[in-house]
Write a protein that binds this ligand. Structure first.
Ligand code: FAD
Length: 289
């Protein structure tokens, strides 16, 4: 099933789409743990997306399709395959798209990607410069629903501290059917972007990306993704930094408060970055589905 149909069905009933994000673990044991987590979910998410080469998973790209296919086939949950252009030329993209289609995965999050750690710029194909070029090539096949990334606080490489609407429009015009946001900790930043995009004539659902903070070091890493830390969250992190269990509880409570507020404001969707933690997936599914 194409995900825009899920957004359409739920949004017309004034409900938000709730999705989860997983990444391919480094080991096959880790992959089995993912399947166990998905099998044990009491409530199913509307869909699960599987990253491609992100979070230090460079070299595990071929696992994205395996996981996306199995979750769809064996657990009856729709899936979305992330795909990046930075490490693929058009011919490789054509081959990957054929493989994705053959496994009956119908949704792709089309991204530029970042230079993987340990890889030199010169080793990359440099054919696609921006995500909208990849989106256009995927769109030409007519086989997939296409999502694109959007940034509530602007992209880290951009001189602007807000999202560049022209770049969003380029992705939309190239064929993006919906958007998923970078994680953020201040709902006002997402809601401002949401209104701005919708008032610019872009008629596509936008899902809010939420990542619970479980560790101080993790929160600090988020700054590299361009997500600012509100004072309230910094206070929570400092208060519980010596007590990992309390910090996890407080981080989950902060994320749930963010989601409660976003749902009350009628966002199209909430996309939860689970970091492959079963308790994040379980807690969120029990609470929101
Ligand atoms: P683009 O839209 O191409 O933007 C890249 C930069 O170029 C931005 O600074 C943008 O402002 C600028 N830009 C865009 N168009 C133009 C233009 N025409 N002229 C000038 N400048 C322009 N990475 C992975 O490797 N694997 C994943 O699985 C993955 N999943 C993600 C999921 C989500 C929801 C998000 C938000 C990000 C994800 N990323 C992933 C990270 C993503 O690849 C990086 O943020 C990357 O740096 C930008 O990707 P993009 O698709 O937004 O690129």
């Amino acid at each position: 099933m194409k995900l825009t149909d899920i957004y359409k069905a739920k949004n017309t009933q004034h409900k938000s789409v709730i999705s989860l994000e997983l990444f391919p673990p480094k080991t096959d044991v880790g992959i089995e743990t993912i399947y166990q987590t998905v099998a044990n979910l009491t409530n199913k998410p509307d869909f699960i997306s599987v990253t491609y080469g992100a979070m230090g998973c460079h070299g595990r790209e071929n696992k994205t399709l395996e996981i996306a296919e199995k979750i769809k086939k064996d657990y009856d949950i729709e899936t979305m395959h992330h795909l990046t252009s930075i490490n693929n030329n058009p011919q490789q993209i054509t081959e990957i798209l054929a493989q994705i289609k053959a496994k009956n995965v119908q949704n792709i999050l089309a991204l530029r990607g970042d230079v993987p750690a340990g890889v030199h710029q010169a080793e990359l194909p440099h054919v696609y410069q921006y995500a909208h070029e990849l989106i256009a090539d995927i769109q030409k096949t007519g086989d997939f629903d296409i999502a694109a990334a959007i940034y509530p606080e602007g992209h880290v490489d951009s001189p602007l501290e807000v999202e560049n609407i022209e770049h969003v429009k380029r992705k939309y015009d190239a064929g993006a059917n919906f958007f998923i946001s970078q994680l953020f900790f201040d709902n006002d930043k997402f809601l401002r972007l949401n209104d701005y995009v919708k008032n610019s004539g872009i008629e596509a659902p936008i899902a809010a990306g939420i990542m619970p903070v479980l560790q101080k070091s993790q929160a600090e890493r988020m700054l590299f993704f361009g997500a600012s830390l509100p004072t309230r969250l910094i206070k929570i992190i400092n208060k519980y930094k010596e007590s990992p269990e309390d910090l996890q509880k407080a981080g989950m409570a902060y994320a749930c408060k963010q989601i409660d507020d976003l749902l009350a404001r009628g966002v199209d969707g909430v996309h939860i970055y689970t970091m492959n933690k079963p308790f994040i997936a379980n807690t969120m599914m029990d609470r929101y589905l």
